[in-house]
Write a protein that binds this ligand. Structure first.
Ligand code: ISL
Ligand code: CA
Length: 558
């Protein structure tokens, strides 16, 4: 009944920022291999590797120019094969990023496709300009769609005299999923990696593949046109066919990154009877601290956050749970307190993530409580999205201070600064000049400082991963909300008459929860034991200290 990918915890690696071994300032595959023992020690069972394929890096690997190669910055195919083998020795499976909504404009398919007579023309979505008075005249873009990165979604190509669609950066042309040849190419790519021993895929923006029409969309603040491509039936059909024709022949799983899904549309993408994806990343809990788009920040409200998590826990059989990834600001800076209660709030978020129902995904650095960056200007930012949005805000006459605050709070580079291994000048990440600035707080927040400290954030992650791996209640128990206020998130996990109650205080003051019982684990402990759930606990009278998180036995309420 249960599947291996429900029993294991996933760790996401953003290779560029994980571990450099040759001093070029860029993380590489040998660096990942050198850290496998440490990941094993943490207790993870699956690695999700963000893209390592050749790419001109307009979007750092999410613009792929060769799906069957390895970017020389990261190493060679032999390094990749060694990584798969070394991981396997340690019983760690690897899933790779599958980016098939778009390619790089430097992919040979796209280069060929710029020629109208090429057999590759139809691999992409080309249209003549509107109101263009004649051949060779550019005219206006074919429709009013806007891209995820804030610009228009069409780019004019001089060579072929037409526009191509790009829902992300202009160096990321969208593939044409109406073309059966595209489908066959992707099947071939998937088999190539599965045959090498990959255990599945994280499928990038997978619910926007199929565009039903290229009509003008209803004008919106962001993503005008999305009604023609979000979770369309054509996409469902593609997913079912990829499952039947490729994935079913391997012992693997898929997790889809699905944008703008509701609990209802999500069920169609990952419901067990659908034969599409095994689980999905949804975004709704990540949107609870914003107004409409992520650049308009709204004060974090724990109640709103907890209600959203609860809704998804109850609606979906098996969620892909996450609080961080390479696109999101650091969770301790966002949902916790990265100053006075840095340690306790990072630990509270650890307990939340590992006690929810579903597969937990931990992002590199989260296990030591890495925080948002401390950059001071746009010159230090590398992310294309941040630069596009900054320019757009400039066009809209937003004052410089407002623009910078938007970027500072939301930039994807917050999560992409190099991994903080130690307090040295290159943070143990590189002996050279890092491709992206290292947070100055690495002198305090780093792996070396936490590894042997039994009370560290990292020690709690290690203990909680083992506890979850051993606990059927935490893996398979139902999720039942108990109480949600502005500060308190209380829920129960129940299996075969046994229960655990989880109490989380999302505030810097004390909270009376109204729950009493036997506390098995608290983030205030000075060491974290993996057998915490099996030993007698201590009496809990109902009061949580600032940012305290407690797991109670049986869940005796009131
Ligand atoms: O960053 C975002 C969330 O706040 C989104 O706009 C993001 O671009 C979207 O979730 C899609 O993300 C994925 O596809 C992009 C790539 O830039 C991201 O890194 C990737 O995770 C295009 O491939
Ligand atoms: Ca390197």
């Amino acid at each position: 009944m249960s599947k291996w990918w429900q029993e294991r915890v996933v760790y996401q690696i953003y290779p560029r920022s994980f571990q450099d071994t040759n001093g070029d300032g860029i993380g590489d595959i040998p660096g990942i291999i050198s850290r496998l023992d440490l990941l094993k020690d943490l207790g993870i069972g699956i690695i999700w590797l963000s893209p390592v394929y050749p790419s001109p890096n307009a979007d750092y690997g999410y613009d792929i120019s060769d799906y069957k190669g390895i970017h020389p910055d990261f190493g060679t195919m032999a390094d990749m094969e060694k990584l798969i083998a070394e991981a396997e020795k340690r019983d760690i499976k690897i899933i790779m990023d599958l980016v098939i909504n778009h390619t790089s404009d430097e992919h040979p398919w796209f280069q060929a496709s710029r020629d109208k007579a090429s057999p590759y023309r139809d691999y992409y979505i080309w249209r003549p300009g509107r109101e263009s008075p004649g051949p060779g005249r550019q005219g206006k873009p074919p429709n009013n769609w806007t891209s995820f990165f804030g610009e228009g979604a069409w780019e004019y190509d001089e060579k072929s005299g037409e526009y191509y669609l790009h829902l992300f950066a202009k160096k990321q042309p969208d593939l044409n999923w109406h073309n059966p040849k595209v489908f066959e190419e992707v099947k071939d790519i998937m088999r190539f990696w599965l045959d090498k021993g990959i255990a599945g895929f994280r499928c990038d923006v997978i619910n926007i593949l199929y565009k039903t029409s290229l009509k003008d969309g209803r004008k919106k603040l962001a993503l005008t046109g999305s009604e023609y491509y979000l979770s369309q039936e054509g996409t469902h059909e593609i997913l079912r066919r990829l499952r039947r024709e490729v994935l079913d022949s391997y012992d693997c799983f898929t997790v889809g990154e699905t944008v703008f899904v509701t609990t209802e549309t999500a069920k169609d993408l990952c419901g067990q009877d659908r034969g599409e994806l095994d689980m999905i990343f949804s975004f709704e809990h990540m949107e609870t601290d914003q107004y409409f788009v992520k650049w308009f920040k709204r004060k974090f409200h724990a109640g709103r956050f907890a209600r959203t998590i609860t809704k998804w826990q109850q609606a979906i059989d098996w969620n892909a749970n996450y609080l961080e990834n390479h696109d999101q600001p650091r969770c301790v800076s966002r949902f916790g307190d990265d100053e006075k209660f840095w340690d306790k709030s990072a630990k509270l978020l650890c307990i939340l993530l590992l006690t929810l129902k579903g597969t937990p995904f931990i992002y590199q650095g989260q296990e030591i409580g890495m925080t948002n960056f401390d950059f001071t200007s746009m010159d230090e930012i590398r992310d294309v999205e941040s630069h596009n949005i900054y320019r757009l805000a400039e066009k809209l006459h937003f004052p410089a201070r407002v623009r910078w605050n938007m970027i500072r709070a939301t930039s994807r580079d917050n999560a992409r600064t190099p991994m903080q291994w130690d307090a040295g000048p290159g943070a143990g990440f590189t002996a050279g000049e890092p491709w992206l600035g290292i947070n100055k707080n690495h002198e305090v927040i780093n792996m070396a400082a936490q590894l042997d400290d039994p009370a560290s954030i990292r020690s709690l992650y290690k203990a909680m991963i083992r506890i979850r791996n051993m606990s059927d209640i935490l893996k398979y128990g139902s999720f039942e909300p108990l109480k949600i206020t502005r500060r308190l998130f209380a829920y129960k996990r129940v299996l075969d008459g046994k229960a655990l109650t989880i109490l989380l205080n999302f505030s810097s003051s004390c909270v009376n929860t109204g729950f009493t019982g036997e506390a098995l684990l608290s983030n205030y402990a000075d060491k974290f034991d993996t057998d915490a759930l099996d030993r007698p606990g201590t009496a809990f009278a109902g009061r949580l200290r600032p940012w305290e998180a407690v797991i109670l036995k049986a869940g005796d309420a009131r």
